[in-house]
Design a protein around this ligand. Structure first.
Ligand SMILES: O=c1ccn([C@H]2C[C@H](O)[C@@H](CO)O2)c(=O)[nH]1
Ligand SMILES: [Zn+2]
Length: 128
């Protein structure tokens, strides 16, 4: 595991966030078992409900690039804020779709990092 590499990649991705409405910039970095990193940032819209979170941007980018998400080691999100922030409900559901329940999910800022798993963030997730 290389949390520093993911934190740095997520921090750089947060700098690319398009968040003129909320001013809340988020970056995400998915690390694969082979060490490859796929990043995402939040992308907002003047029609606010169309905004996409950093986590889902990274996951959808990976899908679009044909990356096998059964090989995910961990996902880290980064916010340039004083508090740490956990992923929203929509992103938890999308993570549950593509990542196994034991995949590590981390949230970092410039001071701290905290860790969960997909299963702990969305217990008893919907499926059929
Ligand atoms: O886990 C989260 C929570 C929020 N956001 C984005 C959505 C929106 O652009 C901004 C404020 O909600 O932060 C993320 O990217 N990830
Ligand atoms: Zn989200």
């Amino acid at each position: 595991m290389n949390p520093t590499k993911r934190v740095e990649a997520a921090r750089e991705a947060a700098e690319r966030a398009y968040a003129p409405y909320s001013k809340f910039k988020v970056g995400a970095a998915i690390e694969l078992n082979n060490g490859d990193i796929i990043t995402g940032c939040n992308v907002e819209n003047v029609s606010y409900g169309l905004s996409n979170c950093a986590e889902r941007t990274a996951i959808y980018r990976a899908i679009a690039e044909g990356i096998d998400l059964s090989n995910v080691k961990a996902i880290t999100i980064y916010t340039p804020t004083e508090q740490l922030h956990s992923p929203c409900g929509a992103c938890r559901q999308v993570m549950a779709e593509f990542f196994s329940a034991d995949t590590q999910v981390s949230s970092a800022n410039r001071h701290d990092i905290t860790h969960w798993t997909v299963g702990s963030l969305l217990p008893e997730s919907f499926s059929f």
